[in-house]
Design a protein around this ligand. Structure first.
Ligand code: CTP
Length: 215
């Protein structure tokens, strides 16, 4: 209660042309559940959402974006005014290097066009690198298909954040339940499998405890 929390959720959509793009299977459910749980706990919550079909939780301010660059542009000015940042978004790692204004048509040659990709900015790592006076307390997520602990711990160090929440991505996308693994400098702890709202409440309680302990 009394804290402010900024959360990213959902996939991003990286346009190839006006009718096509690159995206992923993230439903946004976990991020929306965290926004709801934090608002219920008394926090001021801003949710930056990629393209998802989910209702805005009560009392939450929502900003809709499409691409990773739009998500970064929305997040950066808000980061300094929020005490906590939770990055649940499944940000597309790459975008087409060029996006055409007109639909790409088949030219009759039978040759498919070649897509050249450019790496997107890392939103969480960018926020975690902000100067200490304006940097929120950062929580990352790690969606993995295997070796969850190793990859989550590697992200903790690489992105320089105090807490990473691991989950097995393909098994959880779009589902209502999930299993979360909290990974910090001290060790690992599993939150038992449950629906995403229950897990979100447990995670918000964890964050609140760390805040109270002066993290
Ligand atoms: N993240 C982000 N911006 C990106 C990529 C990831 O903010 N461009 C954040 C995610 O929201 C998540 C964390 O970083 O909190 C880890 O995301 P994940 O997709 O699991 O890892 P990547 O950094 O993309 O690494 P890899 O694809 O190699 O697993």
């Amino acid at each position: 209660a009394g804290r402010s929390l900024l959360v990213t959720a959902g996939p991003t959509f990286e346009a190839i042309d006006p009718v096509r793009g690159i995206t992923n299977h993230s439903s946004g459910k976990m991020g929306f559940a965290i926004a709801r749980a934090a608002a219920e706990a008394g926090a001021t919550v801003t949710l930056v959402a990629g393209p998802v079909h989910l209702p805005t939780p009560r009392g939450v301010r929502r900003i809709d974006v499409q691409s990773a660059r739009q998500m970064l542009d929305a997040v950066l000015p808000l980061a300094a005014t929020h005490g906590i940042f939770v990055a649940t978004a499944a940000v597309a790692d790459w975008r087409p290097s060029t996006s055409t204004e007109q639909k790409i048509k088949k030219d009759g040659s039978g040759q498919a066009p070649t897509l050249t990709l450019t790496e997107n900015p890392d939103i969480l790592a960018t926020v975690a690198r902000l100067p200490e006076v304006v940097r929120p307390w950062c929580v990352g997520f790690a969606a993995e298909s295997h070796d969850l602990v190793r990859h989550a711990r590697e992200k903790l160090q690489r992105k320089n954040v105090p807490l990473v929440v691991g989950n097995l991505g393909p098994a959880t996308f779009g589902r209502d339940d999930n299993t979360l693994l909290l990974v910090d400098a001290e060790g690992e702890r599993e939150l038992p499998t449950g629906d995403k709202l229950r897990l979100a409440r447990a995670l918000v309680a964890e964050i609140a405890q760390r805040m109270a302990a002066g993290a």
